[in-house]
Design a protein around this ligand. Structure first.
Ligand SMILES: CC(C)(COP(=O)(O)OP(=O)(O)OC[C@H]1O[C@@H](n2cnc3c(N)ncnc32)[C@H](O)[C@@H]1OP(=O)(O)O)[C@@H](O)C(=O)NCCC(=O)NCCS
Length: 202
């Protein structure tokens, strides 16, 4: 029998996709460290060590790099990164995107869903162009990029794909508020602990 007052999460089996808080940076790093050597090569356009990944996450500037995550059963399994390349007005901001999905969770739509979230994020910040750098053999990423209208430059040597974005609309603004709000209700990060005030602090 259907219980009309059943308040269980109606999306319980769906992944939670939301912006990561900076206090969750360790989970982002742990996710990147779990990528297979092949996936690391695709993600970073070359072979990278664990130490490289740790310092990459450590050095990221929270005002420049925004990370969206896909949580499956509470675990971070996929990530979409948005890096602001330049902030210039009006409508000349550019951003680079990058994606990573752990091996057991690829081919289930997470990369596409993260791409959609990053496009909405970019449009709402008036980013005019987004870029993606991919290896020539990365057919899966190319497939996703083409779904969002990304194209390569006429030069065959250039591994960059790009697309021009529309600015914000009521739908993108409300869409972001709603999806982020619901995602936070479903999977809230732990509140960051502020350092305790030491005796003598004003
Ligand atoms: C590339 C990557 C992010 C894609 O994420 P994903 O969750 O596996 O992708 P999705 O399931 O959302 O979509 C994959 C699409 O590629 C298609 N696809 C799968 N295998 C393919 C192949 N061998 N050739 C072409 N298309 C393929 C799928 O059919 C799907 O398209 P559809 O939605 O039209 O059916 C993920 O595989 C990954 O992390 N790879 C390693 C790191 C990487 O390459 N990062 C990108 C560099 S920035």
């Amino acid at each position: 029998m259907v219980d009309a007052f059943d308040t269980k999460d109606p999306w319980a089996n769906e992944p939670v996709i939301r912006q990561l808080w900076w206090s969750e940076r360790k989970q982002w790093c742990a996710h990147l460290l779990r990528l297979s050597p092949e996936d690391r090569r695709h993600r970073f356009a070359g072979e990278v060590t664990d130490a490289f990944i740790r310092s990459y996450c450590e050095a990221a500037d929270p005002f420049v790099v925004i990370v969206f995550g896909a949580f499956v059963d509470g675990e971070l399994r996929a990530v979409g990164e948005f890096a602001l390349l330049e902030r210039a007005c009006p409508r000349r901001c550019r951003a680079e995107l990058a994606f990573s999905v752990e091996a057991g969770w690829q081919g289930q739509g997470l990369g596409t869903a993260l791409f959609r979230s990053l496009v909405m994020h970019a449009r709402n910040r008036s980013v005019a162009h987004i870029y993606l750098v991919t290896e020539p053999d990365n057919s899966r990423m190319h497939r996703i990029a083409s779904k969002f209208g990304m194209t390569t430059s006429p030069s065959d040597e250039d591994p960059t794909r790009r697309v021009e974005l529309h600015g914000p609309s009521y739908c993108t603004v409300i869409g972001e508020m709603m999806t982020e709000g619901v995602a936070l209700l479903r999977h809230a990060p732990e509140l960051p602990q502020l350092p305790k005030e030491t005796a003598g602090d004003a």
